[in-house]
Design a protein around this ligand. Structure first.
Ligand code: ZN
Length: 162
């Protein structure tokens, strides 16, 4: 990759860390979760309101507060931009794409579904930082489960075979 692209991605991360989207919890609807990444000291409190139900469920409101390294805070901000107003199925798909990117040793993903979060693909080369980038997404998935939404993984739901 060209160094111009690398510095563009660096700038995006810094911009989100300095001016985070959807930061600040202003309501008490829905559910709230708190997640910590102890290896780095990153924290996030995420409040999620799901609207609609079943096939029509959407991310109605997503707000958060947090502290920690630039990667963790930028990742939460990028995630909030992507997920606010999104239907739940798409939100889960984006979470899977982000996790796949973190498993891909720093390769840039195809397609632009992940928006600004693509800037974090380089983090996958630094195993110690992957948890920083995933913190917000883990919190979101937890909040979805607590909202009564099926998050598609058997261990979360404790269900028997179909
Ligand atoms: Zn961190």
């Amino acid at each position: 990759m060209s160094s111009a692209m690398e510095s563009l991605y660096q700038q995006l991360i810094l911009d989100h860390a300095r001016t985070p989207s959807h930061r600040g919890i202003t309501h008490d609807d829905g559910v709230e979760v708190h997640h910590v990444n102890p290896t780095c000291g990153d924290e996030v409190t995420l409040r999620l309101l799901i609207t609609g139900d079943d096939g029509d469920a959407r991310v109605g409101r997503l707000e958060w507060d947090g502290q920690g390294c630039s990667i963790s805070q930028a990742s939460i901000s990028m995630m909030a931009d992507l997920l606010d107003g999104q239907d739940v199925a798409t939100a889960l798909d984006l979470g899977d794409r982000f996790r796949a990117m973190m498993d891909d040793r720093g390769r840039e993903p195809d397609g632009d579904e992940l928006g600004d979060a693509v800037a974090l693909h380089g983090v996958a080369q630094y195993p110690a930082r992957i948890k920083c980038a995933l913190l917000g997404w883990m919190a979101f998935k937890d909040a979805l489960g607590r909202s009564g939404v099926s998050t598609g993984s058997a261990e979360d739901e404790g269900e028997d075979a179909p």
